[in-house]
Design a protein around this ligand. Sequence first.
Ligand SMILES: [Fe+2]
Ligand SMILES: [Fe+2]
Length: 370
Amino acid sequence: MKQIESTTQKRANRRSFLKNGIAAAGAVTVGAGLLSNGLSALGADQNAGISEGDAAVLQFLATAEILETDLWQQYTELGGQNAPDSGYKTGLQQLDGDMPQYISDNTDDEMSHELFINAYLKSKGAKPVDLEPFRILEGSQVTDIPGVASRKRLTNLMQLSVDTSWWTRYRSDSQNPDLGDTFPNAVPTLATGKFTAIPRNNAELEIGNTIVPVDTHVQAIANTAGFHFAFIEQGGTSLYAAMAQKVTNLEVLRIVLSIGGTEIMHFQTWHDKAGNAVPLTDGALVFPDLTNDIPQPETLQSNLIMPEPTIFLSQKFPVCSIIRPTATKGVATGAAKALTNDGLFIGQTPSFFEFLSDLAAEADAANREA
Ligand SMILES: [Fe+2]
Ligand SMILES: [Fe+2]
């Protein structure tokens, strides 16, 4: 009897081996088909490596990283470590002397995230994300830095409405966006108008100008960039924390946690620097003095850059210092909406928005499997 069982087991193992072998070969074929035809995730067959949900999460994160890379590249070209001296670069340096270095390094990080996640997706037979068909936007028309004006972009940094409520949200000790609370903007005018965060032309770049104080309008552009940096990276911080709760595979969780941690580092750095934005008025745009205005409420004070402990999960627990928000419901759709409201996609085509919302919906449908 034992022997029969053993033989049966061997047969079963052999069948299982064949099945897995066929499945794996099938996955390659299906994967190749998806590469050319479809947008949806691959991975229903666990033997391909990751689940459909995990693939969808990673595809949305890859999309976010490609968009981040695109916008950070624009900042690097105009104000990064290798950008020539200009009024804009000097304006950025008013926030911190190391701003150009940080901008270049943040750009490198986003590029590495994008390339890694896409390579990982591919290694698992899932479809990597390609946004190149949407690289159609005109960017800065600065001609004093070669190449800038001729490159097409995915994102628009010249008509931004920057949400600065992350500033007050992290200073609140009694409210949490996951419990429905909303927060005022630290720079209210920046959220209501449409402002450029990069020089649109040579006049706004002021090549060669290292004189301080910088022209008020150019400093306003640099200030806008300073707050935009933190807005973007805070978004990444919450996005990864939420996505981590939706993935199934332990290695995918490791990827999400490990990359997400660097988004937190970026956010914390930019949060600190934004507080040094030069107080000024440039037309409708007003940057308040977040450092010296007395009395300054605690919700605005610029040296309070550590997250204030606040209510987390429920009132019944003691307050806790946390990333916020981290709720998972509709997180990808919410992230796409926040970036759209930021003005980042002004000029993009309906097919871009369709592509983005499809990927977001697939990521939102993903749930951690037992
Ligand atoms: Fe990133
Ligand atoms: Fe980032």
